[in-house]
Design a protein around this ligand. Structure first.
Ligand code: GLU
Length: 291
């Protein structure tokens, strides 16, 4: 079967050069492999994601000359798929409800996960089943978390993935899901966490090649664990370099890195961006730093 790639932006802000790099990298690899490139809109965060950001993202991608196969998959329309996956884990005793508020999670945390969030080591895991049932029946808000120790025991001993970086050489990476603790599968007010949704979507969209920034490298350990638990195939992975801003930090929506739209308004063409990012030959009109 021809390879299937995906670009999966979250519509919680404008795209910047880092996104352009990722999208162009996906497009180049898909074309070289005779594969397809799909668009997925990761809009599960109902507070931060906005339809106007999605329109702006799609305009930017069209301006960059990127063409995606078929209609985009919008995560907010597929809550049932994530609920089924959560139920499969729950039925096997691999997920438990967590009633801790954000403040309580921070108070009981032991260190931080790779995203810098408090590492939750399972206070609610040992609640009495009757207490849990009563609190759920009373409608107390709960997140659902993975019982990570049990999950690691159930999944095969050595979880690995095939990593190609930006080259052709295959490395075998060993997953280290311990660093994520009992991570969230479904938040109090979202249909699924990023980790659960991305794994379900990659499988349902039959993604063979996940191409994304190095900032998501550690996430792949959580994803491989969920794939093993849910009996889903493991794609090939490429974690590419990140585009750095003027301070040498990775670009981010919150750090007000110049959005593509602003670059366009300042007169940059899509070709200028492709040249600057290394996807087309020619003298570059501006300098880009990669990690
Ligand atoms: N939605 C994520 C982001 O915008 C990308 C997730 C992924 O590629 O797995 O950073």
């Amino acid at each position: 079967m021809a390879p299937i790639f995906r670009f999966a932006p979250s519509p919680n802000g404008a795209l910047h050069l880092g996104h352009a790099y990722s999208a162009l990298m996906n497009a180049r690899l898909a074309a070289a492999a005779g594969g397809r490139l799909l668009l997925r809109i990761e809009d599960l965060d109902r507070v931060r994601c906005k339809p106007e950001y999605e329109s702006a993202i799609r305009n930017d991608l069209a301006w960059l000359g990127l063409v995606f196969a078929g209609a985009p998959r919008r995560q907010s329309e597929h809550g049932d798929d994530y609920a089924r996956a959560l139920e499969a884990l729950r039925a096997r005793g691999l997920a438990y409800p967590c009633f801790c508020s954000r403040g309580r999670v921070a108070a009981v945390a032991s260190g931080r996960d790779p995203d810098g969030a408090p590492l939750y080591l399972g206070t609610c895991r040992s609640l009495a089943p009757r207490d849990v049932a009563e609190r759920l029946a009373a409608g107390e808000p709960a997140a659902w978390r993975l019982d990570s120790a049990r999950a690691r025991a159930v999944a095969s001993a050595a979880l690995t993935w095939r990593e190609f970086g930006e080259g052709e050489t295959e490395a075998r990476c060993v997953a280290d899901p311990v660093v994520w603790g009992d991570f969230v599968l479904r938040g109090r007010d979202a249909a699924a966490s990023y980790h659960l949704a991305v794994v379900v979507d990659d499988a349902l969209q039959e993604i063979s090649d996940v191409v994304r920034g190095r900032d998501l490298f550690a996430s792949t350990s959580a994803h491989r664990l969920l794939q093993a638990l849910l009996g889903l195939p493991a794609p090939r992975y490429r974690h590419h370099r990140l585009v750095l801003d003027a301070n040498g930090d990775k670009m981010s929506k919150s750090a007000a890195s110049t959005p593509l739209g602003a670059q366009r308004a300042q007169g940059a063409s899509a070709e200028d961006l492709r040249v600057a990012l290394g996807f087309a030959p020619g003298p570059s009109r501006f300098a880009v730093r990669l990690s």
